[in-house]
Design a protein around this ligand. Structure first.
Ligand code: F6P
Ligand code: MG
Length: 478
């Protein structure tokens, strides 16, 4: 598919892509260097103790130093607009895909950090970071973003407990839920799941606990106040579609771990436990550390265990308050989720125990595509088995900003382009829902007038995460 406009790239110095190469990526790479440095430092201290496992620790430190050298070189090359280097053959997925595309970009004179298409270069960056660890013995299953994901999640306790109590109250009203009430609740769930996307760690590098609480404020008033920031809202068509289902299957192409994943699980639970429309939910994670905070299979399992660990939130957020009604509600709800996982009602698209970069037929066929650089209109050609599997779904929910960029190819579509046009040949393949808070320049399906007014206001509405889009598209009739 050849879109009629070019993709976003940093040659436009007013775009978010330029700011990303100049500021955001160096900060992210420096963060990874710091993490690895800290691990090495701790290991060196341990080495001074008697009976320490000297050989392993020394080997790990030595490998850690090599990774740090590679990261430093990468930062240097990025800042000086060097060409992107081929991804080394590390035995994991997508190497050839990235390198063939890189070669093509080289022929077009667009293979340097300040000229390559933003979408390609950002995916390439995370795949390259993975290759630095994949090639080692001791860092092979290391996720440099894990501690950041876990500590931010642990600071989300207040909102999580509130939501758990709301779900508990809902349970007691379950028998009295008529279709009108269900519709209202559905809308609340959609919006909770949508705004859950605001806490992505690749954009928000310095969050205070107050900032987090503000972003996650979940009450009805908070939702109502944010309604005006939803610039495209296909909720009524979506609700009509959901009501037409009988024991359907929903797929979530996941975005971020932590609070956002929690909201995805609540939404999934609502559909399965409180409506007759859905009986199965399939979650699609990333196989490698991705865009800082995206969900890996390990994050998925760890989320459930953290939520069931009574000390998890208090360990990070303050003294243990012991068991409260809300914590009991949380335990009850997450135990239900665990049972759903055991029964296959909630399912990961790859085995739960898949290690980082893992392989195996299921993993390769159903997991690997999500960390390729491709726009989703290539799904049918590049991941035919996954495409067929999604065609069996009653609704595929694409969470977050990066999924939106991939749906639309991160193309410079005029803002009034219909969503169905912007997603190219993917349109009509299966029912699609995109829930996205705006964190990149690309926006489609919004009235020209509204967008022009926002542009004139000078507010960075395309990238500041305050605005959002709910885009829904039915499958074409067979
Ligand atoms: O725009 C900032 C950014 O890091 C983009 O690079 C990326 O598309 C996005 O945020 C990640 O956000 P999300 O987690 O919502 O996909
Ligand atoms: Mg993300």
């Amino acid at each position: 598919f050849e879109p009629p406009h070019p993709p976003y790239d940093p040659t436009d110095k007013t775009g978010f892509s330029y700011e990303t190469v100049v500021k955001r990526w160096p900060v992210i790479i420096t963060g990874v260097i710091d993490q690895i440095h800290n691990v090495c430092h701790k290991l060196s201290l341990e080495l001074q103790r008697p009976n320490a496992e000297k050989e392993t620790a020394e080997a790990k430190v030595a490998e850690g130093k090599v990774i740090i050298e590679k990261l430093s070189k990468l930062k240097y090359q990025m800042g000086r607009d060097h060409p992107l280097e081929p991804i080394p053959a590390d035995g994991e997925g997508q190497v050839e895909t990235y390198n063939l595309e890189l070669q093509r970009l080289g022929e077009a004179g667009k293979n340097t950090w300040f000229t390559a298409p933003w979408l390609y270069a950002e995916c390439y960056l995370y795949r390259l970071l993975r290759s630095f660890c994949a090639a080692t013995t001791h860092w092979n299953n290391y996720d440099p973003f894990l501690s950041q994901k876990v500590s931010t999640f642990a600071q989300s306790g207040t909102s999580i407990l509130k939501i758990a109590t709301s779900m508990h109250e809902l349970e007691s009203e379950k028998d009295a839920l008529n279709s009108e009430k269900l519709g209202i609740l559905f809308s609340e769930m959609v919006q909770m799941c949508l705004w859950g996307n605001a806490t992505d760690l690749s954009l928000l590098t310095h969050l205070s606990p107050d900032d987090i609480a503000h972003l996650q404020s979940v009450g009805k008033e908070a939702q109502a106040a944010r309604q005006q920031f939803i610039l495209k809202d296909d909720q009524s068509q979506l609700w009509e579609h959901i009501q037409s289902l009988k024991s359907g299957r929903i797929d979530f192409v996941l975005d971020n771990a932590g609070f956002e994943l929690f909201t995805d699980l609540v939404f999934a639970d609502f559909l399965v436990s409180f409506t007759p429309y859905v009986s199965e939910v399939q979650f699609h994670p990333k196989l490698i550390p991705w865009f800082v905070s995206d969900v890996t299979p390990a994050d998925f399992s760890q989320t459930l265990s953290s939520l069931l660990d009574p000390s998890f939130f208090s360990r990070f957020a303050g003294p243990n308050e012991g068991s409260t009604p809300s914590s009991e509600h949380l335990k009850h709800m997450v135990t239900r989720w665990k049972n759903y996982v055991d029964e296959g009602v909630f399912k990961l698209s790859v085995p739960l125990a898949t290690p980082l970069g893992g392989s195996g037929s299921e993993v390769d066929l159903f997991g690997s595509f999500w960390t390729s650089p491709w726009p989703y209109w290539n799904l049918k050609d590049y991941a035919p088995e996954l495409f067929s599997a999604l065609q069996e779904s009653s609704l595929v929910v694409f969470k977050g900003d990066l999924n939106y960029r991939k749906l639309t190819g991160d193309i410079q579509w005029p803002v009034w382009t219909p969503f169905a046009t912007a997603i190219g040949p993917l349109a009509g393949s299966f029912p699609i829902l995109s829930l996205r808070t705006n964190k990149a320049d690309i926006v489609v399906g919004v009235d020209r007038e509204i967008a022009e007014k926002l542009d004139e206001s000078g507010e960075k509405w395309r990238v500041n995460g305050r605005y959002a889009l709910i885009s829904f598209l039915e499958a074409s009739p067979l």
